[in-house]
Design a protein around this ligand. Sequence first.
Ligand SMILES: [Zn+2]
Length: 281
Amino acid sequence: MSQPAQRAANSQALSLPRFDGVVEQWRADGTPGVGETPAGVVLICEHASNTLPVDYPELGGDLGLDADTRASHAAYDIGALGLARGLAARLARVAGGAVLVHAPLSRLAYDLNRAPDHLAAMPPKSELHLVPGNQNLTPADRVARTQAICQPFHATVASEIAQLVARGRRPALIAVHSFTPVYFGQTRDVEFGVIHDDDTTLTMAVMMAAKDCGLDTRLNEPYSAAGDVTHTIRLHAVPMRLSNTMLEIRNDLITDAPAQDAMAERLAPVLAVALRETGAV
Ligand SMILES: [Zn+2]
């Protein structure tokens, strides 16, 4: 690339907005704030938000979505952020603190748990919902969203983990998701899915600890790593050899704040046992 062309490319990149991951922290006593000891657990909620980049047409704007789609599970993981916060506050007490990184934008603008070349990263269609703003994206469109949404989020996650590792802590990474009870017309009975990547240690410990939690708990349901759903774990936990697992909760069980808190109260002891038994905390 010639120097003027390189400068033009740089200035275009500089003019893009930057959507960093949103960071929340809890101290070792479970109260919000930055603790004196490095946190032993990092929770990640890649599908926390249904906010659209409405002020940025270069990132798809409102994607042409109707209100129903914007409020649906296609746009975000319903209830997952409230659950993740409830888990973080409780796990902070057993892990010396907790960090939560969550998404500022809808996965329909960019699915942060997918690589940039994955069709579902900027999906033209999600289950039954057409996404008008994701039809016929050009390579430049895809690069813009990757630079403005995907890279900043994962830089945030990497930075939070690096700070803990630099302070002598090897945090466990727990991804928190929810799923729809009916998918393509099929009812799903599973209530709590625990999904592993190549390192199965923490996931199997969660499965054992969940035996009496009262939920229909299943391994690698409704998704598995074979469907590329462990992208975040592969980016951040695997290279650093951090304990990791991915949780999927059926979203009809966590529709409002009281239900999210009750689910956190139910699952936190399960996760605490698994973290302790595997030596992760
Ligand atoms: Zn999700």
